[in-house]
Design a protein. Structure first.
Length: 192
């Protein structure tokens, strides 16, 4: 009897959802049919905030695969409470590491590896990270990892190196400050 009871208890514990260290939000920005004159961000939508492994897999399987996106659309995974915009206070002094890919399956794999690394807290400087954006484009897809304090070179270099390991990239990747993107100064500030 006793062992039955403890077995049942163990089963109940097993069925508890696996909580993540923090909450995350998926966003979508579909500019595949842009309205003339519409401001940037007009189509940016917060989709769902989650905090368990089970919710993550359900959302990923059902919706958040870049192969499901038309050209000129973006998926974002950002920390809950942080908007994927330069204007958000967490992003305002930040920047992004960018990886490009001319092959759709590569974007798909790199996106999933990055999502798992973020929700699994694999970066030493996890506090420095705002989120990641997958951009499906006609010519070349893109993945960008947004971080908080662009001026903190040591933190950005450590994040860049770790990210390359995670997504298995050996080519150089470039870090841009959002402030430079605003003025369309496209020069990269760091590379790794
Ligand atoms: P982008 O998407 O960062 O450049 O910005 P990209 O990815 O090289 O261009 P794309 O055509 O492949 O998408 C493109 C433009 O969108 C910028 O020059 C801004 O006009 C606008 N924009 C992009 N972001 C991320 C923001 C933002 O966070 N805030 C505002 N206000 N505009 C933005």
């Amino acid at each position: 009897m006793a062992s039955d009871a403890s077995g049942a208890a163990a089963e109940v514990v097993d069925k508890q959802p696996h909580k993540l260290e923090k909450k995350w939000t998926f966003w979508i920005d579909n500019q595949s049919k842009p309205k003339q004159g519409a401001a940037w961000g007009n189509n940016l939508r917060k989709v769902y905030t989650f905090e368990t492994v089970e919710e993550f897999w359900c959302l990923y399987d059902q919706v958040f695969k870049p192969s499901k996106l038309p050209a000129n659309a973006d998926f974002h995974l950002f920390k809950a409470g942080v908007q994927p915009k330069w204007e958000d206070p967490e992003c305002a002094s930040g920047g992004k590491w960018t990886v490009t890919s001319s092959r759709k399956p590569t974007l798909e794999t790199m996106w999933l590896e990055t999502l798992m690394a973020l929700i699994g807290e694999q970066f030493d400087e996890a506090d420095e990270i705002c989120g990641v954006v997958a951009s499906v484009r006609q010519r070349q897809d893109k993945l960008s990892l947004w971080t908080k304090n662009a001026a903190n070179e040591a933190a950005q270099m450590s994040i860049g190196r770790k990210w390359k390991e995670i997504i298995d990239v050996t080519d150089k990747i470039i870090y841009n400050f959002h402030d430079d993107s605003k003025t369309r100064t496209s020069k990269g500030r760091y590379n790794v």
